[in-house]
Design a protein around this ligand. Structure first.
Ligand SMILES: [Zn+2]
Length: 130
């Protein structure tokens, strides 16, 4: 703020003009609030930073809090993804174990031709008696 007027049309000014520093167009550290008149007067003629030290430190504080929050969210998301992956792997392992067991069981049944033959004989007897 330059003139401390705040009850009029307010503008967001690029401290370093966009016409000269296009790469700073979306840099929040390059923004300040000016009244319409101050902003139009400044235009791209100079790069005066009218922010007070309090405003700058509040901005830096907000920015670091924001970064910390963003990091915390990213950490939480990656932990959730990790847990999901672990669950998926455990499920796949159980499925593989069940399949192996079924395979073993089937092998056990067919490795006892005796049982199989008896069943067949019983069936053929039934057929004969009919
Ligand atoms: Zn002003």
């Amino acid at each position: 703020m330059k003139c401390n007027v705040s009850k009029c049309e307010m503008h967001v000014d690029h401290i370093k003009p966009v016409s000269l520093y296009p790469e700073l167009k979306y840099d929040p550290d390059n923004l300040q609030v000016l009244c319409r008149d101050c902003n139009l007067e400044k235009s791209n003629k100079h790069e005066t930073d009218y922010r007070t030290d309090a405003q700058i430190s509040r901005f830096k504080n907000y920015q670091s809090t924001y970064i910390q929050k963003k990091r915390a969210v990213a950490k939480k998301l990656s932990r959730e993804r990790q847990l999901k992956d672990e669950k998926r792997r455990a499920r796949a392992k159980r499925r593989a174990e069940r399949k192996a067991k079924e395979k073993e069981l089937a092998k056990g049944i067919f490795n006892k031709p005796f049982v199989f033959k008896t069943k067949l004989r019983k069936r053929s007897k039934l057929h004969v008696s009919k």
